[in-house]
Design a protein around this ligand. Structure first.
Ligand SMILES: *Cc1c(COP(=O)(O)O)cnc(C)c1O
Length: 409
């Protein structure tokens, strides 16, 4: 056993630990608003993707209770067998309408959607073009497809244009996050779409962090780019998850009728996985109604004011100690507000210090982000109060001052 490769897992784990890369799960219990009990201690959370504060909303809870009475709990089988409920069917119609595309297909998880939809679209001999900061499941889907992968520098559309121009493949797929999950910045969708038209490529957009938050009524990145019910959107395969601003779980793709029918027929994670339970679809329908209505507008306006407050408190010149420490706020306009710290040790230290002060702000380290850009990924939610943001700002100022007085100059 001792010279078997099976004995290598323990030293490999120890190596991760010495490099400060070991990840640890915490048992959490939701409390009120943005508070979570974490390993028994109440913390103000700045790490959730529940951007509108809907995950524990009574509207969603009531929808689930009512759905259990009608549909029971488990879906029982794949949607291709007996797992496709009236609730799932209605949700697909409402999702398609919300994002302004003809048809949608509802999946049980976002990861499984991307990992499996891409191989249904392209294969060996095809070319796939991928932004270097795309989410892991887009990367995994690209690899599974066996298409030739051309990774272009983040948001560098001239580089993408050159790669598309050099491609001789019959099928070309451009894949991009719409909101980049670790940086919070937005893809230039009209420009991506123009390139896809020019080179006869299909554009696949992952709007996990945009739906519910961006555009009129929170209808997502396409609506924000004025591409709802647009001719050009025939070239778009839109994807979003339903466990972030929508507050539940799952994902969907949307596009023209033929494209969605193709994915229904050929996506393996759709065919060979048990359908999402109808109770989740019913929760999602309630959530979507809220997102699209006046309550959604109210929550989005509140979220925007929190984003402005945090940005003005952390931007260059807001506090001398922050600048002296070299902590830099990334230029994001979304609810994802990363503060780049630099090293894993420093980022983890800050997470720990914030925790001692009652805040939960996660440190994001390689391989999730590039080396040397370790960061605190602060996410805001409509569940936060303005006083919550103020307390976080003051804690960060104090920690910056402590760090400066601790470092000999
Ligand atoms: C969270 C996320 C996913 C995965 O979705 P799940 O439903 O959580 O599996 C996919 N893409 C992006 C950009 C994400 O942020």
């Amino acid at each position: 056993m001792s010279d078997s490769w099976l004995s290598e897992f323990a030293p490999r784990l120890r190596e991760l630990e010495t490099r400060n890369l070991l990840r640890r799960r915490r048992v959490v219990v939701p409390e009120n608003d943005a508070y979570l009990q974490v390993d028994g201690v109440s913390l103000l959370s700045f790490c959730s993707n529940d951007y509108l504060g809907l995950a524990n909303d009574p509207i969603l809870r009531d929808a689930v209770h009512a759905a259990v009475e009608v549909y029971g709990v488990g879906a029982g089988a794949s949607p291709m067998v007996s797992g496709f409920s009236e609730a799932n069917r209605a949700l697909e119609i409402e999702l398609a309408r919300a994002v302004g595309l003809p048809r949608a297909l509802y999946f049980y998880a976002g990861y499984a959607t991307n990992a499996s939809v891409i191989p249904a679209l392209v294969g060996a001999d095809d070319d796939l073009f991928s932004d270097s900061l795309n989410h892991a499941c887009l990367i995994d889907g690209a690899r599974l497809s066996k298409a030739r992968i051309h990774r272009y520098e983040h948001a560098n559309l001239a580089a993408l244009e050159a790669l598309l121009g050099a491609s001789t493949a019959h099928r070309k797929l451009v894949v991009s996050d719409a909101v980049f999950s670790m940086d919070g910045d937005l893809a230039d969708i009209p420009a991506l779409l123009a390139l896809c038209q020019q080179f006869d490529a299909l554009l696949m957009l992952d709007d996990a962090h945009g739906l519910g938050v961006l555009g009129p009524q929170g209808r997502g990145a396409l609506a924000a780019a004025n591409l709802v019910d647009d001719q050009a959107s025939d070239r778009i395969l839109y994807m979003s998850t339903l466990g972030k601003a929508l507050g539940v779980a799952g994902a969907f793709v949307a596009g023209n009728d033929t494209l969605i029918e193709w994915l229904l027929q050929t996506t393996r994670s759709y065919t060979y996985a048990t359908a999402a339970p109808a109770l989740l679809a019913q929760a999602l329908r309630a959530s979507l109604t809220c997102v699209l209505g006046p309550e959604g507008d109210r929550r989005r306006e509140h979220l925007q004011s929190l984003i402005r407050q945090l940005r003005s408190g952390l931007s260059h010149g807001a506090h001398p100690a922050l600048d002296a420490c070299g902590w830099t706020l990334m230029p994001s306009t979304t609810a994802i507000q990363p503060l780049v710290i630099g090293s894993s040790t420093q980022a983890l230290f800050l997470t720990q210090k914030l925790r001692e002060r009652g805040f939960w702000v996660p440190a994001i380290r390689p391989p999730t982000v590039p080396q040397g850009t370790d960061r605190l990924r602060i996410t805001l939610s409509a569940a936060h109060q303005s006083s919550d943001v103020e307390r976080l700002l003051n804690a960060l100022y104090e920690l910056a001052e402590e760090q400066l007085s601790a470092t000999p100059r």
